[in-house]
Design a binder for this molecule. Structure first.
Ligand SMILES: [Zn+2]
Length: 335
């Protein structure tokens, strides 16, 4: 009785704190049969996700999340065959096993989110294993061009170029090619299926953790900030991300606020740091190193106060890279 009362008081206290404003994610084992309910995620730590051959979570009647070694893809089941969105390097054989556990329908097409081989490199492995079958490889013009200019040979070349939207066996897939932060060719897809709006957005948000180093080696940190805002503006329910867990709007809001804080603390640091006091020695490199480090150290100290608690290890690995990459992006544009 006493325990129940304490729990009730604790719940009441939480309901008045900021914590209560974040949604209560429900963590359940992955299920290929039961459709994930709103705010449902897949239970298990990162290391557990690595040790399983694969995990499948149903997101709607015909769309599935498949995770292999902490790399995630989407699967769309059509009338006669299936469409795989992305084919991460090193996952091809297990992806085919996972697909066979879901449906008898053959794989007929692979859609690329962007030209990074770690997310699409095993398309060739999959095609080799299915050599009796023709696989259509779908992507935007930008993805097709990026694969050529990168000179990577591992992923299959794009054979069908898409823009605004396209149809796959009864499903309309909306295409958003205006994401430019992670890479200029990064493409986001939204599929409406059985009252669920599923978004496939790769290397932008990593639910349940801080973002990877330099916001996943972002090519343009300012564009990345716009990508996060645009993700929030789009209409969707559940997100398939490239890594980690299922994502929801609250996960994106966390990243939006984190990025906003990085930018605000950099602006404060810029406003209070005097370049002149760093004129020491004869090397412009050392002047700029002293000046920029003072600003970055200031912003990092503010971020530490706000975000390090209870995630010390990951914060210490990635936070400085977040501040540094955003600083240089802002500095170049005098923002
Ligand atoms: Zn990438």
């Amino acid at each position: 009785m006493i325990k129940r009362t304490s729990a009730t008081i604790a719940a009441l206290l939480l309901s008045f704190s900021g914590i209560a404003s974040s949604p209560k994610f429900v963590y359940k084992p992955a299920s290929k049969d039961q459709i994930a309910q709103p705010n449902q995620k897949v239970i298990g730590s990162h290391i557990e996700r690595f040790t399983k051959p694969y995990e499948v979570q149903r997101l709607s009647d015909d769309v599935y999340w498949i995770s292999v070694s902490n790399y995630n893809v989407s699967l769309v089941v059509g009338d006669k065959s299936v469409l795989l969105i992305d084919a991460p390097h090193g996952t091809g054989a297990r992806l085919l096993e996972a697909i066979e556990s879901i449906t008898d329908k053959p794989l007929s097409a692979i859609l690329y989110s962007h030209a990074h081989a770690d997310h699409v490199g095993d398309s060739s492995i999959i095609a080799n294993k299915l050599k009796h079958r023709h696989i259509e490889v779908i992507g935007t013009q930008e993805v097709q061009s990026a694969l050529i200019s990168h000179g990577v040979t591992m992923p299959l070349a794009v054979t069908r170029v898409i823009s605004d939207s396209f149809h796959f066996e009864g499903h309309k897939i909306n295409v958003f090619d205006n994401f430019n932060g992670h890479t200029p060719d990064n493409t986001v897809f939204i599929i409406n299926n059985s009252d669920r709006k599923i978004i496939h957005a790769i290397d932008l948000v990593h639910p349940d953790q801080l973002e990877f180093r330099s916001f996943s080696n972002v090519e343009d940190a300012i564009a990345y900030k716009h990508d996060i805002d645009f993700l929030l503006a789009l209409d969707w329910d559940v997100m398939v991300t490239g890594h980690s867990n299922l994502g929801y709007k609250a996960d994106v809001e966390f990243v939006r606020d984190y990025v906003k804080d990085v930018q605000n603390y950099i602006r404060q640091g810029l406003a209070q740091t005097d370049f002149n006091k760093h004129f020491k020695g004869d090397s412009p490199f050392s002047w700029y190193a002293g000046y920029t480090n003072e600003i970055i150290d200031y912003a990092l100290a503010q971020m530490t106060k706000k975000y390090r608690h209870s995630r010390e290890e990951e914060f210490d690995i990635v936070a400085r890279s977040h501040v540094r990459v955003m600083f240089w992006a802002m500095f170049a544009r005098t923002l």
